[in-house]
Design a protein around this ligand. Structure first.
Ligand code: FMN
Length: 129
């Protein structure tokens, strides 16, 4: 393709759970118009289309099977080290550089967070020189 696959969209409010987990995420819903990559976890980049700023991110694609409730698939980006970013309503482009693993339904929130720690460390190795 010559460059990483990317999806675009406006950041919407999620379930507000990410903040409690220590990894707040910018959620972009997937619609019928553009395909998201297969469910799983990726390292990639989030670019704000309003300012052009680009940030390294750990990205989750799926329905968050660890938690109850039927939900639409979404693309969730945790911008590394930026728990302060407020991206609600901002148009972003999320590009997928490396696939890290498949989506997992964990037995506990602790197990999910432990794996997210590893995902974030791996994304950092891959993206930040
Ligand atoms: N959710 C899962 O159910 N299973 C996973 O394996 C999983 N991996 C994730 C990996 C990363 C790097 C990130 C950022 C999220 C992952 N998630 C996974 C999604 C979290 O469940 C989700 O971000 C959290 O519930 C917050 O959701 P909210 O933004 O709607 O509040």
């Amino acid at each position: 393709l010559g460059r990483p696959y990317a999806v675009r969209g406006e950041v919407v409010r999620g379930d507000q759970r990410g903040r409690e987990l220590g990894y707040p995420t910018a959620n972009v819903p997937t619609d019928g118009m553009q395909a998201a990559p297969a469910d799983g976890v990726y390292a990639g980049w989030l670019r704000r289309l309003d300012t052009g700023e680009t940030f390294p991110a750990a990205i989750s694609v799926g329905t968050n099977p660890t938690f109850d409730g039927v939900r639409a698939r979404r693309v969730e980006s945790y911008v590394l080290d930026r728990t302060d970013l407020d991206l609600y309503g901002v148009e972003v482009e999320v590009s997928f550089v490396d696939r890290l693993r498949g989506m997992t339904a964990f037995e506990s929130v602790e197990a999910l967070v432990e794996q997210m720690d590893l995902d974030v460390a791996r994304a950092r190795e891959l993206l930040v020189p």
